[in-house]
Design a binder for this molecule. Structure first.
Ligand code: SF4
Length: 339
C-alpha cells in the first residue's frame, strides 16, 4: 500500500485527519483486502478508494498450498512484469511465519540456490516488501488466523538493498502501521558486514541470522562467491561487533549438503569457527535440510544430520535441526525462483 498516495488521495477529497488513522488500522492491522469492507467509511468514499488506489503493488498470480496445509507459496507479479515469491509456513500449530523477498533475483550466486541462478534483476521497493506481509495478513484473515513472525529470507540479500529494507522494517515495527514487535522479525544475510552493523545500530531488537553453511574459507569460497570478498575472519569481526552493540543471540544457518559439508571434519571446522567468535551462549546453529533444486547438491541423510548435531552438542555448541517445510511446493530455502 502506497501511503503517500493514500494521504494525497485523502487530502484531495478533503477528508478529516482521523480518516488516515482509520484506514491504516483497517489495512495494516485488520487486513482488509478491499476498501469496500471498511464499513466506517461512506459508500461513496469506499467506491472511490477502490477505483483509484490498489491496496497491493502486485497481482497475485497463484498461491500453492502443501498437502499438510502447513506451507504456502505465492507467486506475485510486480507492476513491471517481474515476478517474486513469498512464502508462509506454520512450524508450530497456530504460528505462522512469512518468509519474504527483498530483491528480484539475487546477485550473490550461491551454488546451491535457485534464486542465485537468476542473478540480480532489481531491488524491491519498501512498498513491495511490506506488501508481501500485507498479502499474507489478508490471506490468513480468511481463516481467522494471524501472522506471528517475519523472516527476510526469501529471494535476495536484504543488506544489498538496505535503504528499502530499512524503510520496510520501520513500517513493520511502527505501532500505527503493522505494529509487529521487533523481536518477531529476523533478517538473514549471507555475510555483508556493513549490513550487520547497520542492523545492530538501527534495529538492535530485530533478530540476525547468518547463512554460514561452511566452516572454512576454501569450502565457503567454492559455493558462496561472496566469501571471497567477506571471508570468515571478516564475518567473525562483524559478529563480535554485533554482540558488543546488541548482546543478542545470532542464528548461524547451516544447510546440510551430502558429502560437501556434513563430515566430522566439517563439524570440527564449524566448531572451531564458532568457538573463535567467542560468546558461545549468544550463538546458535540451525541445521537445515537441503531442498532439491536443479543443482548437483544433495541433502544429507537424516542419520548424518542427527550425528552432526550430536557432535556439535558434545562440543558445547547450541544447535537445532530445523524442520523443513515447503519443499513440495518449491517454497523452501534455496528453491525460490520466481516461477
Ligand atoms: S542463498 Fe540467499 S544470498 Fe545466496 S544466492 Fe540465494 S538468495 Fe542470494
Amino acid at each position: 500500500m502506497n501511503l503517500e498516495k493514500l494521504e494525497a488521495f485523502l487530502q484531495k477529497h478533503n477528508q478529516p485527519k482521523f480518516r488516515l488513522q482509520q484506514l491504516k488500522k483497517a489495512l495494516f492491522q485488520e487486513g482488509v483486502s478491499s476498501f469496500t469492507e471498511i464499513s466506517t467509511l461512506s459508500k461513496d468514499l469506499r467506491e472511490l478508494l477502490e477505483k483509484e488506489l490498489p491496496i497491493l503493488s502486485f497481482a497475485v498470480e497463484k498461491v500453492l498450498t502443501s498437502k499438510d496445509g502447513k506451507s504456502m507459496k505465492a507467486l506475485l507479479k510486480l507492476q513491471d512484469g517481474n515476478r517474486i515469491e513469498a512464502v508462509l509456513i506454520s512450524p508450530i500449530e497456530g504460528v505462522w511465519s512469512a518468509c519474504i523477498s527483498s530483491q528480484v533475483g539475487c546477485p550473490l550466486a550461491c551454488g546451491f540456490c535457485s534464486t542465485g541462478k537468476i542473478g540480480l534483476i532489481r531491488n524491491l521497493t519498501a512498498e513491495e516488501i511490506t506488501d508481501q506481509i500485507l498479502f499474507w495478513i489478508q490471506h490468513l484473515k480468511t481463516t481467522n488466523q494471524k501472522l506471528s513472525t517475519i523472516v527476510y529470507m526469501g529471494m535476495g540479500e536484504p543488506f544489498l538493498n538496505w535503504e528499502e529494507v530499512r524503510q520496510s522494517l520501520t513500517g513493520l515495527v511502527d505501532p500505527t502501521l503493522f505494529g509487529f514487535g521487533a523481536r518477531s522479525i529476523s533478517v538473514s544475510t549471507s555475510g555483508i558486514p556493513e549490513g550487520i552493523e547497520k542492523l545492530a545500530v538501527e534495529f538492535p531488537q530485530v533478530n540476525l541470522a547468518l547463512s554460514l553453511h561452511f566452516g572454512t574459507d576454501a569450502k565457503r569460497n567454492a559455493a558462496m562467491p561472496i566469501n571471497r570478498k567477506n571471508n570468515l575472519e571478516t564475518l567473525r569481526g562483524a559478529l563480535q561487533g554485533y554482540f558488543q552493540k546488541t548482546k543478542r543471540k545470532v542464528f548461524l544457518e547451516y544447510v546440510m549438503l551430502a558429502g560437501v559439508n556434513d563430515s566430522n571434519a566439517d563439524a570440527d571446522n564449524l566448531i572451531e569457527f564458532v568457538k573463535s567468535i567467542g560468546k558461545l551462549q549468544l550463538l546458535h546453529v540451525n541445521l537445515i535440510r537441503y531442498n532439491a533444486t536443479d543443482s548437483d547438491f544433495k541433502s544429507s541423510s537424516k542419520e548424518r544430520t542427527v550425528k552432526f548435531r550430536d557432535y556439535l552438542e558434545q562440543n558445547r555448541i547450541g544447535v537445532t535441526i530445523r524442520k523443513s517445510l515447503g519443499e513440495e511446493i518449491q517454497g523452501a530455502c534455496g528453491q525460490l525462483a520466481g516461477k
